[in-house]
Design a protein around this ligand. Structure first.
Ligand SMILES: Nc1ncnc2c1ncn2[C@@H]1O[C@H](COP(=O)(O)OP(=O)(O)OP(=O)(O)O)[C@@H](O)[C@H]1O
Length: 357
């Protein structure tokens, strides 16, 4: 696994200087998550060559001021002649969030699509990048499965134009391939496609870009995480122990590469069944098909917030199949409200941050 933390150089002099640089950079606070930019993994590829500092800064479109703060604070080093900051951002995208899962089939794409829908219902401009190279089904879940992707030539080279479905901008590896042929890309091709996705999509102005990652903790996830200014990751799990074990691994992987885990969504938490009581009254009883509160316990163990518990319901599955997420077709439905609450919590976190800039 490649480390996103600042890179070490070998001589004792540069090691000392690097330590000094990191100490100063730790004083630069990113107000969204109220943490320093080093702990958030925003500073990468730190190199000190003679009296010059080189680094990459991964930011959202409203955090560009951090560059000035970085350059400013490093002027305190009397040995430093100049700092070269390479700003890495997705143009016009304020906040990039990843949706991930330790294991396939736990409902990661379903959560990503419904969360995108819930965010867009708050009035935010939302994009959804389906980077799940092994099962790219976001376009279908938004009713855009058969659409063709257009590319335009710009002064910066060729750019893909995302589709728009229900007011959400969508881009997917699935849209570039024949749906009847499985995706069997390997290493370099995979890397190229993913990197293209991140840097060659003309999103326009977005408040939130959600990236639906492939399941697991392999090369594809690490590449995406390293090549994009992701502010945090939302992890999706079902409550059963095998899924939990995989998500635990994922949390450690994201923390190791310096990406904050914003929280855990427990999907398929319970199924409500109708019960006819002795008094002739109907009531609903939750059945914990995959076990009870596995995600909740994991969240406590890993000290990550439990963002919500999504029930199992045929309408959620049907919404995905017909291309209209349940959160859009019936926003008052009890399962939709879970997504609405998660979206509101995200908006609260990130819009508060915007006021800080
Ligand atoms: N809460 C739910 N209630 C009912 N069905 C659900 C729920 N969540 C997901 N599903 C269904 O489960 C199936 C798998 O969901 P989804 O494709 O979102 O999983 P995934 O984790 O993204 O899978 P993968 O990444 O392995 O392709 C889909 O048919 C989806 O409609």
């Amino acid at each position: 696994m490649t480390d996103r933390s600042p890179t070490a150089l070998t001589s004792p002099l540069t090691d000392n200087r690097k330590a000094e640089v990191i100490l100063l950079l730790k004083q630069v606070c990113e107000p969204m998550l109220n943490k320093d930019i080093v702990s958030l993994g925003m500073v990468r590829n730190l190199r000190i060559i003679d009296n010059y500092i080189y680094l990459r800064l991964y930011v959202g479109s409203e955090q560009l001021e951090l560059q000035e703060q970085v350059e400013g604070i490093l002027t305190h080093l009397d040995w430093c002649k100049k700092t070269y900051v390479e700003l890495c951002t997705i143009p016009n995208v304020r906040t990039t969030l990843a949706v991930s899962s330790g294991k396939g089939g736990v409902g990661k794409s379903t959560v990503a699509v419904n969360l995108a829908a819930a965010l867009s219902l708050t009035g935010a401009k939302v994009g959804l990048l389906d980077a799940d190279v092994y099962g790219p089904n976001v376009p279908q879940m938004l009713g855009a499965g058969q659409s063709d992707i257009q590319a335009i030539d710009t002064t910066h080279g060729q750019r893909f134009i995302p589709l728009e479905a229900h007011g959400i901008k969508v881009m997917s590896v699935g849209l570039l391939t024949d749906p009847s042929h499985p995706l069997a890309w390997r290493g370099p091709v995979l890397h190229k496609i993913i990197t293209q996705f991140i840097h060659q999509v003309e999103w326009g102005e977005l408040d939130y870009l959600l990236i639906d990652l492939p399941p697991g903790t392999g090369d594809a996830q690490i590449t995406i995480v390293q090549e994009s200014p992701i502010c945090g990751v939302i992890l999706v799990t079902t409550p059963q122990q095998v899924a939990i074990a995989d998500v635990r691994r994922s949390v450690h992987m994201f923390r190791q590469v310096g990406v904050p885990v914003l929280g855990i969504v427990e999907n398929m938490s319970y199924l409500l069944t109708e019960n006819l009581g002795n008094d002739g009254e109907h009531s609903h009883i939750p059945q914990y098909i995959f076990g009870k509160d596995g995600g909740k316990q994991l969240a406590e163990e890993l000290q990550a917030p439990l963002l919500g518990q999504v029930p199992i319901h045929a309408c959620i599955c049907e919404g995905g199949d017909i291309g209209v997420p349940i959160t859009l077709s019936d926003r008052h439905f009890f399962a939709s409200q879970v997504f609405t609450e998660i979206a509101q919590a995200l908006v609260e976190t990130f819009s508060h941050a915007r006021k800080c800039f």
